[in-house]
Write a protein that binds this ligand. Structure first.
Ligand code: BES
Ligand code: MN
Ligand code: ZN
Length: 498
């Protein structure tokens, strides 16, 4: 697989070397700009004999097409151009990039007949390329049998031909910031837990200082002073100390209250004494997907200098089982003052978020808080792995999030909250317990979080199914999808800038 390509934009022109990529709409003819590359006759013939239908993100490669000097010609289907939506342009870009082989010189004629391709569409196409080119192979010492692959020589340069290269380039600058944020989130999540514990995660967050993000790290001593017994209870079974990382980006007016994002950062979730079964436990290195998304988002917003004030707060712990580990039945006192009976040490994410959410709200009094967490297996039972669960105490915020999900393809489905569910975490021994009954586990977890957000507009995104082990697609071949970065960048861009 190729490394991250370099991408540039140019006006439409004839392509006479390297790889040419042309768009073909469903059941239709390609645009004149595309036909001129290999000639209308040859293009029609290729489409005829192959029976290529131009369905969305399908492709067809022809090597050394007759009568040209091209190495390869790649046709990529756009589906019905009038119906392109959500992440369709990312899929087209990803599919196109997957067909370039070892070509170093790639030209894309981004044109469709009778359809205007906007600068945003072109930027999304390019974003699809960048996200598709991502691989997590830093621990592979032999990158491929092929000598050239080993050397990572195939850094392609991709020129995307559009009507207005200047506008596309501008839109792409923002898309590239988002790509870097998604890739950061993927890297953090893919990293094994022996390498990335709470301290190491916090160190990576400190790298954001380079982008003028203000970063503050709370140690266990700080957290003890603040009374964060809920978070610290989870951390006490690990020899690796917990951290809270606080990121601030000031891109808005100085008087404007910030918006806030809060993430669950369990760098490994063994379940604690309520230990998880061995099968699949390795996936719990990704139990910090919420915190990674918040970090990636802050990276993206700062890189593109978003005009908004934002804080990110992530609670980073390892849920382990040494002699100090928290026991089922332990009662802890959270920073809010509320006491919690820990009946299952594997329901640890909510214990971490209880203190992180309360702290964030208390310190910053944000306009709203959105938290992300790989919180429950139950959300996958409810929704599968194609949409994340959305829980909120605020209909307007929920609607904005839902819309951002539709626009980016990082979709959300709203789940209920209600007093009946809330009662399920009452217990005679403390203010609440950390588990409920057998049914509605994702909702019960959300109700638990709700007890720590006060009256502040808040949304909880349960990303257990979408952040890790989610199905790969045209623009993600990674176990860690980076889910949430594009979604929340869009939420901010559409509603809270300028
Ligand atoms: N991190 C898990 C949830 C999870 C499971 C995320 C699978 C991604 C994939 C969470 O800490 C957990 O263990 N939740 C328990 C809660 C239960 C003990 C109430 C669960 O979902 O089983
Ligand atoms: Mn757990
Ligand atoms: Zn967990």
């Amino acid at each position: 697989m190729s490394k991250r390509p370099s991408i540039s934009f140019a006006k439409y022109a004839v392509v006479d070397s390297g790889t040419a990529i042309l768009l073909v709409p469903a059941e239709g003819k390609a645009a004149a700009e595309a036909e001129s590359v290999v000639g209308q006759a040859l293009l029609s013939r290729i489409i005829d004999v192959s029976d290529f239908k131009g369905k969305l993100a399908t492709s067809l490669s022809t090597l050394a097409p007759n009568g040209t000097e091209l190495e390869r010609l790649v046709l990529v289907g756009s589906g019905d151009p009038a119906k392109l939506k959500g992440d369709d342009w990312l899929k087209i870009g990803g599919a196109a990039f997957s067909k370039i082989g070892k070509s170093k010189n790639v030209s894309v004629v981004l044109a469709l007949p009778g359809t205007e391709i906007s600068a945003e569409n072109a930027a999304d196409f390019a974003l699809g390329i960048l996200l598709r080119s991502y691989t997590f192979d830093k621990y592979k010492t032999k990158k491929g049998k092929d000598e050239s692959e080993k050397e990572d020589k195939f850094v392609a340069s991709v020129t995307i031909q559009v009507a207005d290269p200047h506008a596309a380039k501008k839109a792409f600058a923002n898309a590239e910031a988002v790509a870097d944020g998604v890739i950061l989130a993927r890297n953090l999540v893919n990293e094994p837990a022996n390498v990335l514990g709470p301290v190491e995660f916090a160190e990576r967050v400190e790298d954001l200082k380079k982008l003028d993000v203000k970063v503050e790290i709370l140690t266990e001593k700080d957290m003890k002073k603040l009374g964060m017994g809920s978070l610290l209870g989870v951390a006490q079974g690990s020899t690796r100390p917990a951290r809270i990382a606080i990121m601030e980006w000031h891109g808005g007016k100085s008087k404007d209250k910030p918006i806030a994002f809060v993430g669950k950062g369990v760098t490994f979730d063994s379940g604690g004494l309520s230990i998880k079964p061995a099968g699949g436990m390795e996936e719990m290195k990704g139990d910090m997907g919420g915190a990674a998304a918040v970090t990636g988002l802050m990276h993206a917003l700062a890189s593109r200098k978003a005009k908004v004030n934002v804080v990110g707060v992530i609670g980073i712990v390892e849920n382990m089982i040494n002699g100090d580990a928290q026991r089922p039945g332990d009662i802890v006192t959270s920073m809010s003052g509320q006491t919690i009976e820990v009946l299952n040490t594997d329901a640890e994410g909510r214990l971490v978020l209880a203190d992180a959410l309360y702290y964030c709200n208390d310190r910053f009094q944000p306009k709203f808080m959105v938290n992300l967490a790989t919180l429950t297996g139950a959300i996958m039972v409810a929704l599968g792995v194609y949409q994340a669960g959305l829980f909120s105490n605020d209909d307007a915020l929920a609607a904005q999030l839902f819309d951002a999900g539709q626009a980016t393809g990082e979709r959300l489905w709203r789940m209920p909250l209600g007093t009946e569910y809330d009662k399920l975490i009452d217990t005679k021994n403390a203010d609440m317990k950390n588990i409920g009954g057998r049914h509605g586990g994702a909702i019960i977890a959300a109700q638990f979080l709700k007890r720590f957000v006060g009256e502040t507009p808040w949304a909880h995104l349960d990303i257990a199914g979408t952040a890790i082990g989610a199905p790969t697609n045209e623009y993600s071949q990674s176990w860690a999808s980076g889910y949430g970065v594009r979604l929340l960048d869009r939420l901010v861009r559409d509603n809270f800038e300028g």
